[in-house]
Design a protein around this ligand. Structure first.
Ligand SMILES: Nc1ncnc2c1ncn2[C@@H]1O[C@H](COP(=O)(O)OP(=O)(O)OP(=O)(O)O)[C@@H](O)[C@H]1O
Length: 483
């Protein structure tokens, strides 16, 4: 004891031993914490493949308690069918890192066995880590299913569009619409980019179809995409395609974009004003050099695609406001075609109504006619939704009206109101007229309208709420004749 106390070197050794012991205990605690907190399962086996330890994640993943396997040999566990493959055994045999895909308790695991060597090169341990990839696998499958659905939807849309095209006829009577059609036919023959402008529902899509049908690319599909309907995050990959692994969820083999699909044909970019800025840049590049690089790729593909674009927005105004690129606007606006609003081509209204009433009537085997009053009201209406709205009105009238004759009362209220409205007394007082003169003028105008509508005094009296003798007297005074 005194030796130890008096001998400096031996007392140092004791302290050093104690310090080393503390350090060792600390390291062991640290190691325990790492092993126990790992979300991957860990198995530690000795050189004979006997299980020394498993961590809580492994207990969870395999649904076992450590006590059930610790002390047992992996060969034993394999024989008992407890596991179907052992990464530990293979790592021991091959003396190298081994990864295996395993199915356990309905879950998918990746097990990696790593041999641990001593200084002499002898294997002293094998550490096996297990990762549960069931969720990742499910997500991957879901993604692939989503992609497949999207592809199906895409080809379905193309098929529907093809069928739709075959049943479409362009009705045009007014000079402005005939001019637009002539322009469309003229540009069909060339390969220039065309920008089709006009309000929503005027028939811009129909003009694009007409150009395609009469072009040298008629045998190739017209691929149409609505730039406003594709989510902003997808539009670039949809348009330009992507290479394998370009982003999370990308199909493993990569995918061609609509531009590639339209190679040799025509791509119709509807609602072009909604194209996000990054896609605007890429489209401009394509229009300049005819080349496309898929997302995540490096290889440029040369494509022969004619571009038709359409919008109901004022692109010039958007350029001024900085929301649309001027250079792209110039590239697209090589040949602009303006499709007039329906209210600016009243001559087209009745032929369109006839066409659609026949079409829907034929479809449902119903034949209906419009009264004169209903026709007048339909002619006087403004059609903010243009031909698309007129089409819907016709369908509703054919399907919903009782009997074969469609009258004013059968029309939607906003249209009937416009048609039946006899102008009320003018709110503006013409200053050169006396009150009596103004009243007389209004009375005359009302009588004229009622006369035109009913044609006889009895019905006029009924409609205007006076007796027939009053009507006769007033007609005489205004010099208006009746039966
Ligand atoms: N002149 C026409 N003759 C017959 N049908 C027409 C005519 N113009 C438009 N239509 C029909 O009206 C509907 C709307 O037309 P279209 O989709 O071409 O309009 P749009 O201007 O492209 O509309 P949006 O800007 O909303 O895309 C279509 O069903 C189309 O067949």
């Amino acid at each position: 004891m005194s030796d130890t106390l008096n001998n400096d070197s031996s007392s140092l050794t004791v302290e050093e031993l104690a310090r080393q012991m503390r350090a060792f205990q600390e390291q062991t605690r640290e190691l325990d914490a790492i092993i126990d907190s790992s979300s991957d399962g860990l198995w530690i086996c000795d050189a004979e493949a006997r299980v020394i330890r498993i961590n809580p994640a492994s207990e969870r993943i395999n649904n076992i308690r450590a006590g059930e396997v610790v002390g047992k040999n992996m060969r034993e566990l394999l024989e008992q069918g407890f596991i179907d493959r052992s990464a530990a055994l293979e790592a021991l045999t091959s003396r190298s890192v081994v990864s295996q895909l395993q199915n356990r308790e309905g879950r998918k695991l990746i097990s990696t066995g790593t041999p641990v060597f001593d200084e002499g090169g002898q294997v002293i341990r094998v550490v096996v880590s297990e990762r549960d990839i069931t969720e990742i696998d499910n997500l991957q499958r879901e993604l692939e299913e989503q992609e497949a659905i999207r592809d199906q939807f895409r080809s379905h849309m193309l098929e529907m569009r093809q069928a739709d095209l075959e049943s479409r006829r362009v009705i045009a009577r007014s000079p402005a619409m005939l001019k637009a059609l002539r322009q469309a036919l003229k540009v069909s023959a060339v390969n220039s980019t065309v920008l089709i402008l006009g309000e929503s529902g005027v028939g811009k899509g129909l003009i694009a179809d007409l150009i395609q049908k009469n072009s040298s690319r008629a045998e190739k599909p017209l691929i149409e995409i609505n730039c406003g309907a594709i989510p902003e995050s997808l539009i670039e990959s949809e348009l330009f395609g992507y290479e394998k692994g370009a982003f999370t969820g990308a199909q493993s083999g990569g995918k061609p974009g609509y531009l590639e699909l339209a190679d040799g044909g025509i791509l119709f970019l509807d609602e072009i004003a909604e194209l996000p800025p990054a896609a605007q840049v890429k489209l401009l590049r394509f229009l300049e050099n005819g080349r496309v690089i898929r997302l995540g790729g490096t290889k440029a593909r040369h494509l022969d695609v004619r571009i038709l674009a359409a919008t109901h927005r004022n692109l010039e105004e958007m350029v001024k406001q900085g929301s649309f690129r001027l250079d792209l606007y110039y590239r697209l606006n090589v040949i602009p075609i303006h499709v007039p609003a329906l209210r600016d081509r009243k001559d087209c209204i009745l032929p369109l109504i006839r066409h659609y009433m026949d079409l829907f009537g034929e479809r449902d085997s119903i034949r209906k006619r419009l009264t004169r009053a209903a026709q007048d009201a339909l002619l006087a209406y403004d059609y903010p939704g243009n031909v698309r709205q007129l089409m819907n009105i016709c369908e509703r009238l054919v399907v919903m009206t009782e009997g074969n004759l469609i009258d004013l009362k059968d029309l939607p209220a906003e249209i009937a109101a416009g048609g039946s409205a006899t102008p009320g007394p003018s709110a503006v007082w013409p200053e050169e007229m006396t009150l009596q003169e103004t009243l007389d003028s209004v009375e005359r105008s009302v009588l004229q309208k009622a006369l035109a509508k009913y044609g006889n005094q009895v019905k006029m009296a009924e409609a205007l709420g006076v007796n027939q003798s009053t009507i006769a007297r007033k007609l005489k005074r205004h010099g208006l004749g009746t039966t």
